[in-house]
Design a protein around this ligand. Structure first.
Ligand code: HEC
Ligand code: HEC
Length: 356
């Protein structure tokens, strides 16, 4: 671009041209609009100010501030180079700390409210209920999903907690009791029951086991059970005491409903035969003392809310009466986080069937 061209004035607009020409079109030398210029100047001044107020210029040495902060909070990998500090003293670490402190303070507020509230009050307070479910969800992932699955759908030997088929009861009080004391656990107040090993302990002949298994399978079939089947009498004499005359299950013993096609240990003839021959005794660990009171209650609400929860209203009253008078058993809760000393899922199947 040289100054060589003669200053040429465009005839129509009266504006000077730049001398650039394409196919007979000439570029006019209009100045930038004033508003644009003002914005540009203001931005430039703003940017310069920003350099001084905020950390902006990278430095080769550990930061004026930022590096130290990183070390102090311990949460971030130590940076070896830093930046100018900025007069406002702002750092990302401080911002993070502040927002975390806000979250902790908010949680503490909810926890305090949660602690003093009954299940009924929690159910009627949407925010508190949401808080409980969110906490229960996180606790479940940490402590329960290893056996029950991340979505609580269970697997062979580990019950699905999101359906409305319950071994021991699906109201809040029952769930709380199960979680607190466990099932066949080491806790003194554990839920307890044992189905006899009818085959292994020779309580029934192999043929009788076979017959009663056929009868059990017929209970959940479309045709329904035949009262004159050879297995019917065997069932009435040996099984009905726990599973009920109709095989609908007995919650006092954690005896499953045998009429609903929902099988804890499999519904093939082979599986059922194995169950009756050897029996199972699923173990669910107890959580009292391993998780704090709030955690146990949050888990109870979470499990109850998974879809299969029973009668909130009635259960709430029951839970207020039944679960409250356990202070003798209440130990000081120490660990509030995940417990890592739980038996692996495989150990829960202590039925010895593998030995056969
Ligand atoms: C070591 C494996 C294991 C872990 C961990 C575990 N459970 Fe269980 N849970 C079981 C087994 C096995 C049963 C079934 C016991 C039986 O056969 O009666 C069970 C049963 C239950 C039941 C009763 C279901 C019913 O139908 O009545 C509930 C409720 C439950 N678990 C909740 C939890 C919660 C909440 C946690 C986490 C705090 C948890 N479980 C952790 C193995 C486990
Ligand atoms: C003392 C009570 C008791 C008696 C008697 C009893 N059961 Fe059971 N039964 C149970 C319990 C408890 C379970 C669940 C075991 C577990 O959860 O680990 C069970 C589980 C079962 C299952 C597994 C169900 C499933 O969903 O996988 C079958 C099948 C069964 N019993 C059949 C029988 C038959 C048949 C008899 C009689 C010959 C019988 N039971 C007698 C308590 C009993």
């Amino acid at each position: 671009m040289s100054e060589d061209h003669k200053k040429e004035i465009d005839q129509i607009s009266g504006v000077e041209t730049t001398g650039h020409e394409w196919d007979g079109l000439k570029e006019l030398n209009n100045p930038a609009p004033r508003w644009w210029l003002i914005v540009w100047i203001v931005c430039t001044i703003w940017a310069v100010g920003y350099w001084f107020v905020y950390p902006a210029w990278p430095t080769a040495w550990p930061g004026f501030g930022s590096g130290e902060e990183a070390e102090k909070t311990g949460s971030v990998t130590r940076v070896t180079t830093g930046a100018t500090q900025g007069s406002a003293g702002w750092t990302e670490y401080k911002q993070l700390e502040e927002s975390q402190a806000q979250i902790v303070a908010r949680q503490a507020g909810y926890l305090e409210k949660f602690q003093g509230a009954s299940y009924e009050q929690i159910a009627n307070d949407p925010e508190l209920y949401k808080f409980a479910v969110a906490g229960g969800n996180a606790l479940f992932k940490n402590n329960c999903s290893v056996c029950h699955g991340a979505d609580a759908q269970g697997s062979k030997g580990f019950p699905n907690l999101s359906d409305d088929d319950w071994l021991w009861g699906g109201d809040l009080a029952s769930i709380e009791q199960t979680v607190r004391f466990g099932i066949r656990s080491e806790h003194d107040e554990t839920r307890q029951s044992a189905m006899p090993s009818f085959g292994k302990d020779e309580l029934l002949e192999k043929e009788e086991v076979d017959q009663v298994v056929d009868y059990v399978l017929s209970m959940s079939s479309e045709e329904g059970p035949k009262a004159d089947a050879p297995g019917a009498e065997i069932f009435a004499n040996n099984c009905a005491s726990c599973h009920g005359e109709q095989g609908k299950g007995g919650r006092d013993f954690g005896a499953p409903n045998l009429t609903d096609q929902i099988w804890l240990y499999g519904g093939e003839k082979e599986d059922v035969y194995n169950t009756v021959f050897n029996a199972h005794a699923g173990v669910m660990p107890f959580w009292e003392g391993k998780l704090d009171e709030n955690a146990i209650r949050q888990l109870t609400i979470y499990v109850h809310g998974l879809g299969g929860g029973e009668g909130v209203g009635a259960a709430v009253e029951a839970s207020a009466e039944e679960s409250a008078p356990t202070p003798e058993a209440a130990q000081p809760a120490e660990g509030e986080g995940a417990s890592t000393e739980e038996p692996a899922p495989a150990e829960a199947e202590s039925d010895g069937s593998a030995a056969e």
